[in-house]
Structures are given as C-alpha cells and as structure tokens.
Design a protein around this ligand. Sequence first.
Ligand code: HAM
Length: 513
Amino acid sequence: MAAAPSLLILHPRLTFFATTLRPFSLIHHQFSVHPPTPSRLPVLFARSRHHSYSSSTSPFATPDNSNATETPRAGRSNSVSSPPNQAVDYAQKIDVNPPKGTRDFPPEEMRLRNWLFHNFREVSELFGFEEVDYPVLESEALYIRKAGEEIRDQLYCFEDKGNRRVALRPELTPSLARLVIQKGKSVPLPIKWFAIGQCWRYERMTRGRRREHYQWNMDIIGVPDVTGEAELISSIVTFFKRIGITAKDVGFKISSRKVLQEVLSLYSVPETSFAKACIIIDKMGKIPMEEIKKELKAVELSSDAIEDLLQVLSMKSLTELEEKLGGAGEAVRELKQLFSLAEKFGYSEWIQFDASVVRGLAYYTGIVFEGFDREGKLRAICGGGRYDRLLSTFGGDDIPACGFGFGDAVIIELLKERQLLPEVSVEVENIVCSLDPDLQGSAATVATLLRGKGQCVDLVLENKPLKWVFKRAARINARRLILVGRSEWERGMVNVKILSTGEQHEVNLDDLQ
Ligand code: HAM
C-alpha cells in the first residue's frame, strides 16, 4: 500500500486533514483489471468487504429468491384480494428481488460482465468474426421442432396483443439461421458472425444454470469442412487461455452425430427417428438407463440396434471406433481430420474423443463438442457443432454451418472455483470539485472542458466536505483531484492534485489536459 500522501493544497477547507489513498492501476476503459491474487480481494474491490465470492453470493448470481415468488410478502396480499378494476395502490411495498432465476447487475457485477464480454468480443475479432444481434423476442415457430427437445418445454412463450405466438429466445442459432436466409445472396460466404445475447429458458435451477443467461456464439456459415469446427474450438481455447484457464482445468469432449447415423443405418432405422434418438441419448446419465432403452424402443429402434448403439457410445478411443465402423465412413474420417488439425493449431491436449457426446439440440448433423470442467463439478461450459440442415428446415437453401454457444454463468463459477476471478475496479480518472458553493458552475465548466478532451470526470454535484471528496476519489480510483477555488479561478487557474503521490500544482485552464 502506498504511503499516505499528505494534503498540501492551501485552502481554508483543505488544511485539516491528511488522507490515505489506495494505490491504483493503469486506466484502460472505465474499469481496470487486476490480476486475481485472492489476498488482494478485500483491499481493492470495494464490494469485497461486504460480499465474498462464495457460492451463496456469487458474482453473476442473485441470491436464491425462490421464496420471493412462492411466499408473497405481507405487503402484496392487498393487491391479491383487491377487486378487479380497482386502481393499483402504488404505495404498496414491492418485492425487491428479481424474478426467480434472473439477475440484477449492480455496478460491481456489471463490471465483471463487461470484462467477460470484452474478452468474448476481443477473441471473436481476433478470429475475424463480425458482431450481430437479434431480437430477444422471436416468433415461437422458430423453436418448434419435433424431436422432443428439453428446450421446447422450457420456452417462455405467449400470445402478443396481435394474437401472434412469440417466445423469448432460448438460444441464438435459430435467429442466426433466420437472418442468414433473410440476407440471402447479399452476404458473401463464408459468413463468420458472433453474438452475445440474453437467452431465456424455464430451467430447473442448478449451479451455473439459470432462467436467463447470456450466451456468446460464434458461427461459420458456408464451410462444409471440419476446418470450421477446428477454428471454432481454437477460438474457445484462445479465450480460456486469455482468462487464465488451462488444459488442466478444462477439456473438450468431441464426437460426431455421424457415428450414430452409421450405427443406425446398419439396422434400417427410419430417418425420422434419428434426431429423436439423439435427444434421448443426450439424457444418458440424467435418467435411468432402463428409461433410455424404453424411449429408444418407442422411436423404432430394435433391441439389437439399442445394444450396439450403447456399446459404441461407451467408446473413448478413435482407434476403437475405427475398428467398429471402418475407416471409410465420414464419421471416422472427419473426426481424424479434426484431431489432426488440433495438432496444427496446437490445442491437442485440450480435446478428447468421447462417443457419448451427442448434444441435446435436434439440428446437429456432424461433429459435436462440449467444454467440460475436469473436476466434474460443473455442467457443460460451452457446446456446439455442425448443423448443415437447419437453414433448409426454415425454407432456405442447404448451407453448411457450424457454431457454438458459451454461457456466462458456468464460466464465472469456474473462475471462482479456481480463484481466477479478476478484480475489476471502477475507474474514473478525474474528480472535480468546487471549494465554494457559488463556484459550482465553474467546476461544471472544468468538467466539460476535460470531458471534451476525452477525460472521464466525476463532478461533485453538491457542496461536500473535502474529507468526503477524498473518500469518494479513493472509491472510484481517481488519478487526479481538480479543485476549483476562488483565488485560483480568478486567475484562470485550478489546483490539480495527483492522488497517488500527493504532488500538486496550479494549472492554467487552457493547459488542462
Ligand atoms: P446449448 O448447449 O443449449 O447450445 O447452450 C450453450 C451453452 O449455453 C451451454 O453450454 C451453457 O454454457 C449455456 N447455457 C445453456 N443453458 C443455460 C442456462 N439455463 N443457464 C446458464 N447457461 C446456460 C445452444 O444453445 C446452441 N444454440 C449453441 C450453438 C451455436 N450451436 C451452434 N451454434
């Protein structure tokens, strides 16, 4: 901690105290990121004194507000028993918790979210992707697929005032497909787009799974080769490395839906059963095996096909898979190509073949992958794959496509587990304060001048004691305190104090940078 700089500015209001200021870091944007040294947490993150990053008060997690919806507070009961049409009593107490499974983002959480999104964006741009966005509210029809996906049952959907069936998007991929079809040939292929958007799923809440979450997506449209998937995995690895996650913490399980297709084709399983079988297989480990078998039988898989399928799904080695399916099929060929590309990209240690990965969305057609935490404490960190036929199911041309979704919630849990959460502190470079109530306007002039030069300024808006101003300067990690005092102002000057050193000088307004 820096030694306490003593206050030297000569002004009647300045002479009574000295203050101690925290050290602060380089200013990048509106926040600065400190290396995640756990011992510094309580020092630099103002919030840390009140919140520790335990799972009960996690960043990006609201306190469990389950009681909020289920046990109405006394103050609310009036409205329940009010007769219809009676004017709402706005004076009643509201429930201050956000709806169950949703989050507020007060400034300290927002800084962390901005830091995360900033990394999502930088990595996407590093790979040459362009940012897009879509409406949070979409037509419900975009999400109605017949394969019995969980996501369908989790839809937040309703009829709008124009009697249209709409839904809060549970994922971004259908919106992307819609926009690609809408743009048609006006966009040259391949398209490389990324998006960061809020998604809504009425999900059973577990650690890292919420009813709303933000998803980072990167998608490549128009590349039929596994070079697409290899590039996408490379971008996620780059992201992990940037935020301090290593191959010891996280891995990718990789397989291909073509493995299942090739097994099922040996048993004349109807084409229409394929997506349904994938959705059922994705439930393995979540429901009893007997239940899985029963559901597979219901979609016209014979007992022999089921036994063979389950045996293949247990495979963890590509050589074993090749022995079973032969080397000529697309499944093995593409998987081998992907593993060979991983070597060239330099991320082989991050990936492993695991035939049990099929993913829970109906539209995947080829390579599928999931990021997992090696300690096995958390649910999938990210997931994606190839979906070559989604566009044609929406009436567009068949254009090959692959992509991934990466949620904000699980990664924050993982960073917390590994003590890698950064300390993202607030930073406003300057604090400007008048020393006299009737110099408030002059302080405003100084603030405007600095802001015009691109400097961030916190203008003290009331006549506050200097002790308060210094405390505030420390809280916002200000670099300079600029004081507008009468005698200096009359000479066209202000007092500038460098808060880290205590050094101070009078500066002419025209020279203020
Ligand atoms: P997904 O596996 O359903 O895939 O979701 C992708 C990621 O979003 C998950 O791995 C997880 O990080 C996060 N996620 C999903 N649901 C929740 C939740 N309820 N709470 C918190 N995080 C969640 C898709 O959504 C595909 N559309 C991804 C994709 C893009 N495939 C191709 N392009």
